[in-house]
Design a binder for this molecule. Structure first.
Ligand SMILES: *Cc1c(COP(=O)(O)O)cnc(C)c1O
Length: 432
C-alpha cells in the first residue's frame, strides 16, 4: 500500500525545463510548492478522486484542481456532455440557450442571486463586483478581511500587518498605492473592528466583501453571529454585503454559505465548481443592483469568451450531478471522517493541531488553536506542515501545497480512500 520511494524523474525534468520557459515554471504561484519545499509533481491525467503524474505514480487527490472537481475528475457525464457540445463549436461570442440554463440554475440555487453575469474566472467576478459596489453606492471605500483572497486584482492585494491594519498598503510591487488606498482591512471574525471602520469613514464605505467561510488562509469558519453582524452593520450604513463564494459556492451547500448560514448578502461572486473544471466565474445578486451592469445599465464589464458554450455545458452538468439526492450528505460524511481522523491521529502522535470541515471543505493547522483569523492561522507550524505534506505526497496522497489552503473532497472519494489516507497520515505523523 505504502510506497515511500516513488520515482519522479520525469516530473523533475519537465519542471526544470518549465522554469526556463515560464516564471517559476508554473502558470499560478502556489503550484510551485514554494511554501512546502521540494519539487512539484507534473500531472499526466486525472480521473475520479485520483491523479497520475508523468512518472506513472497514482495519488489520492484532495485539491480537486482547487475546487472545481467536486463530482470527481473527468466525470463520465460531464465528459459526454462536453463531447456533444464540442461538435457544435468551441465559442460563439453570441447569446446561447446554455447561458439561460446555467443562469436559471444559479438563480434557483443561490438565495441572494436574482440576476447573474458570467465571466471567466473568480478574479474577474471579484473585480466586476467591486466596480458595481462602488457604482451602486456612489462610494469608493471597501472593507476586506485579513487573509481573505478575492483574486489578484490590484484593489484586493492588500496586506494588513498588525500595526497598519487599516492603511491599505499594497501586497505586491506594481500595485500603486492609489489602487489600494480605498481598501480598508479588518481581522476576520472581528465585528468591533468593522464597526470602528464604519464609524471612522461615515458614508464612504461602499460595502464589505468576504469569504463567508475562509479557505485562503487555511480553513477558518465564521464565529456565531459574525455573518449576521455584518449583515446588520452594512444595512445600517447603507453599504452592500458581498459574499465571495468562489470557493464555498456549491461546495459547502448547494446554495453556498448563504444557504448554510441563512444570511443573505446583496451580491455574490462564484467560480470554481460553477465551471465544472472549465474557466467560469459569475457574479450576481439583487435585481436592482445587477440592472446597473451594461448593457442594461451604465457599469461597463465585458468578455470575449464569457458564457462560453463548453464552459456553460460543464457547469450545467456539474450542477445537475450535485442536485441528485444524497450528494451533500455523502460529502459531509466522508469529509467528517477525514477531518476527525486527521485530528485524532495528530493528537495520538503528539502533534498539537486543530481543524475541521464543512461539507466538502476541510482544514488542519499544526497549532492547538483555536484559529479565528489569519493571525491565529500563522501560529501553525509551517515547517512541520511542509514535512507532513512531503511525507503524504511520497506515500500517494496529494494535499494542497500550502498551510494556507483548504482541502477539498469530492463525490468520487470512497470510504476506502479516506481509510488509506488516514493510514498514511498515521505513518507520516508518527515519523515527524
Ligand atoms: C479562487 C478564488 C478566487 C479567484 O478565482 P480565480 O478563478 O483563481 O481567479 C477568488 N476568491 C476566492 C474566495 C477564491 O477561492
Amino acid at each position: 500500500m505504502v510506497n515511500t520511494t516513488i520515482k519522479t524523474t520525469k516530473s523533475q525534468e519537465i519542471f526544470a525545463a518549465a522554469q526556463n520557459l515560464m516564471p517559476g515554471g508554473v502558470s499560478s504561484p502556489v503550484r510551485a510548492f514554494k511554501s512546502v519545499g521540494g519539487q512539484p509533481i507534473v500531472f499526466d491525467r486525472v480521473k475520479d478522486a485520483y491523479i497520475w503524474d508523468v512518472d506513472g505514480n497514482q495519488y489520492i487527490d484532495y485539491v480537486g484542481t482547487w475546487g472545481p472537481a467536486i463530482c470527481g475528475h473527468a466525470h463520465p457525464e460531464v465528459i459526454a456532455a462536453l463531447h456533444e457540445a464540442l461538435e457544435k463549436g468551441t465559442s460563439f461570442g453570441a447569446p446561447s440557450v446554455l447561458e439561460n440554463v446555467l443562469a436559471e440554475m444559479v438563480i434557483d440555487a443561490v438565495p441572494s442571486i436574482e440576476m447573474v453575469r458570467f465571466v471567466n474566472s473568480g478574479t474577474e467576478a471579484c473585480m466586476a463586483v467591486l466596480r458595481l459596489m462602488r457604482a451602486f453606492t456612489n462610494r469608493e471605500k471597501i472593507i476586506k478581511f485579513e487573509g481573505c483572497y478575492h483574486g489578484h486584482a490590484d484593489m484586493f492585494l492588500v496586506k494588513a500587518g498588525s500595526g497598519v491594519a487599516t492603511l491599505g498598503l499594497p501586497d505586491s510591487p506594481g500595485v500603486p498605492k492609489s489602487a489600494t488606498m480605498n481598501t480598508l482591512t479588518a481581522p476576520y471574525n472581528d465585528l468591533e473592528a468593522v464597526k470602528a471602520l464604519f464609524a471612522e469613514n461615515p458614508d464612504e464605505i461602499a460595502g464589505v466583501i468576504l469569504e463567508p467561510v475562509v479557505g485562503n488562509a487555511g480553513f477558518i469558519t465564521p464565529d456565531t453571529g459574525f455573518l449576521e453582524g455584518l449583515r446588520e452593520i452594512t444595512r445600517e450604513h447603507g453599504a452592500l454585503l458581498v459574499f465571495d463564494e468562489v470557493m464555498t459556492g456549491f461546495r459547502i451547500a448547494y446554495g453556498g454559505a448563504q444557504e448554510k448560514f441563512g444570511v443573505t448578502p446583496d451580491l455574490t461572486t462564484l467560480g470554481k465548481v460553477i465551471g465544472g473544471g472549465l474557466p467560469v466565474g459569475a457574479y450576481g445578486g439583487r435585481r436592482d443592483i445587477m440592472s446597473m451592469i451594461a448593457p442594461a445599465g451604465p457599469v461597463y464589464q465585458a468578455g470575449t469568451l464569457s458564457g462560453n458554450p463548453l464552459a456553460m455545458t460543464a457547469g450545467i452538468k456539474t450542477l445537475e450531478l450535485l442536485q441528485r439526492p444524497g450528494t451533500y450528505e455523502y460529502l459531509d460524511k466522508i469529509t467528517q471522517k477525514l477531518a476527525d481522523g486527521l485530528l485524532q491521529i495528530a493528537q495520538e502522535t503528539g502533534h498539537p493541531a486543530c481543524g475541521g470541515h464543512i461539507s466538502a471543505m476541510f482544514g488542519l493547522f499544526f497549532t492547538c488553536g483555536p484559529v479565528h483569523n489569519y493571525e491565529d492561522a500563522k501560529k501553525s507550524d509551517m515547517a512541520k506542515f511542509g514535512r507532513f505534506h512531503r511525507g503524504m505526497l511520497e506515500r500517494g496522497v496529494y494535499l494542497a501545497p500550502s498551510q494556507f489552503e483548504a482541502g477539498f473532497t469530492c463525490l468520487a472519494h470512497s470510504e476506502a480512500d479516506i481509510d488509506q489516507t488516514l493510514a498514511v497520515a498515521r505513518e507520516v505523523l508518527s515519523s515527524l
